[in-house]
Design a protein around this ligand. Structure first.
Ligand code: ADP
Length: 407
């Protein structure tokens, strides 16, 4: 008998025969539909090799099944008609279902039709037709007997071993507790900032009076100390303003006060303030005159300030910042480029999330709120914001706004 290893194609011929005989590979292996009889020799086939292959296959199947059943994430596999083929233990536990109540049922019928949501149906159908997948689709379902659940759904097309038919693998990440905690945190932060504003205003008022007094008395040392206090009061005010803004975004109360203004002029004004205060970097600007937007001037100015101060803050060894504004008849694009630390690919997606900060060996302080607030402001204006960055080379933050064109 030849000791040569079987070519892969030949192994698959044998496996396919097992499939065609009506049994799945798994069943074939487990129930030993394929009998390994050392005395029977298929011409040209090394039976030992075949047995080894089947053992490996059985091991792989058992192994993947064990993983699927052990993962804490609820998983469910659907067929083309969106009926449940299988689900893991976590799925049954989370949704208080049994295999009997679940298998072969349309997903929309489970849990007294709680899953019957048009948007979900649309996404699942699209996967099979267009060969796409979806990630982190947030679903808020009020289940009978279980209560309200907020879930992130991830789905992709897969192939079943039986007949190689198409199926959908759906993974459900229950984020109900996280969302509740986030809400509590926002509420707490909003409440605390609100409560702190009054005493801080009073402290500021008295420190300004005291400053005048020290100036009158020509007390240089006293004036030095009070100016330090004033600087910290201003910092506290900015922090609280960020908290209050986050709170109003979260509660849907971020109001925009729009008017038509010249964006080129605003950018120049913001840059001139930086040229005055931030001497470490030179800011180069290339813009376009006569570009107007219908937007909240104050908030667009805050967004620019945030992007420019980040560009300075995260590029301490660089000397310049490039700002570019260009437009087409429909939109205006503004980008702020620095030559600093840069951001890793994985972290680039996260920098616009609340409280996200890239792990920082340089001890640069911050709250991780500026970009979140900026992105919410831009989104509220129907614009887009994104970052392109190369680690250790620098970052370019870009946003767009619809252009105002006088009819
Ligand atoms: P903060 O600067 O207060 O931490 P932001 O929301 O403005 O908060 O930024 C979030 C994070 O994104 C920062 O902590 C920093 O890690 C990263 N980041 C922002 N801008 C830049 C930049 N220009 N270069 C490198 N990293 C940046």
């Amino acid at each position: 008998m030849s000791k040569e290893r079987l070519p892969y194609s030949r192994k698959s011929v044998v496996i396919n025969r097992a499939k065609q005989s009506g049994a799945s590979v798994k069943a074939a292996v487990q129930k030993r539909h394929i009998k390994i009889d050392h005395s029977s020799i298929i011409p040209g086939v090394d039976v030992n090799d075949l047995k080894r292959s089947l053992d490996i296959l059985k091991y792989a199947l058992d192994y993947s099944e064990a993983i699927v059943d052990t993962v804490r994430l609820p998983l469910v596999v659907l067929n083309k008609k969106l009926q449940v083929l299988t689900a893991n233990k976590s799925f049954y536990d989370t949704f208080k279902l049994t295999p009997k109540k679940t298998e072969n049922k349309l997903i929309y019928m489970l849990n007294s039709r709680a899953w019957n949501i048009p948007k979900l149906r649309h996404l699942l159908e699209k996967i099979l037709v267009k060969n796409t997948h979806f990630e982190n689709f947030e679903l808020d379902i009020n289940f009978p007997h279980i209560g309200r659940r907020i879930m992130l759904l991830n789905a992709r097309k897969t192939y079943r071993q039986v007949n190689n038919t198409e199926a959908i693998l759906l993974a459900l990440d229950d984020v109900t507790v996280e969302r509740q905690l986030e809400k509590q945190k926002d509420h707490f932060i909003g409440m605390v900032s609100h409560e702190l504003i009054t005493p801080l205003t009073v402290i500021k008022l008295f420190s300004q009076q005291f400053e005048k007094y020290l100036v009158d008395k020509k007390d240089k040392e006293g004036f030095f100390y009070i100016s330090k206090i004033a600087g910290q009061i201003e910092r506290l005010e900015q922090l609280m303003a960020s908290f209050t803004k986050v709170y109003s975004i979260q509660t849907g109360n971020l109001k925009l006060q729009r008017k038509i203004f010249n964006l080129n002029e605003l950018i120049k004004l913001v840059i001139s303030d930086f040229r005055f205060t931030a001497k470490s970097h030179t800011i180069f600007y290339k813009g376009q005159s006569g570009v107007f937007v219908y937007a909240d001037k104050e908030r667009i100015s805050q967004t620019l300030i945030n992007l420019i101060s980040n560009a300075i803050k995260y590029s301490p060894d660089a000397k310049k910042i490039n700002i570019l504004m260009k437009s087409n008849p429909k939109e205006v694009t503004v980008s702020v480029r620095d030559f600093g630390f840069g951001i890793n690919k994985e972290e680039q997606e996260k920098v616009f999330e609340r409280f996200f900060r890239v792990e920082d060996k340089n001890n640069i302080s911050g709250l991780g709120l500026g970009l979140y607030i900026s992105s919410e402001i831009i989104k509220r204006h129907m614009g887009k914001i994104w970052v392109k960055s190369v680690k250790d080379k620098g970052s370019t933050f870009t946003f767009t706004l619809p252009r105002y064109v006088n009819q």
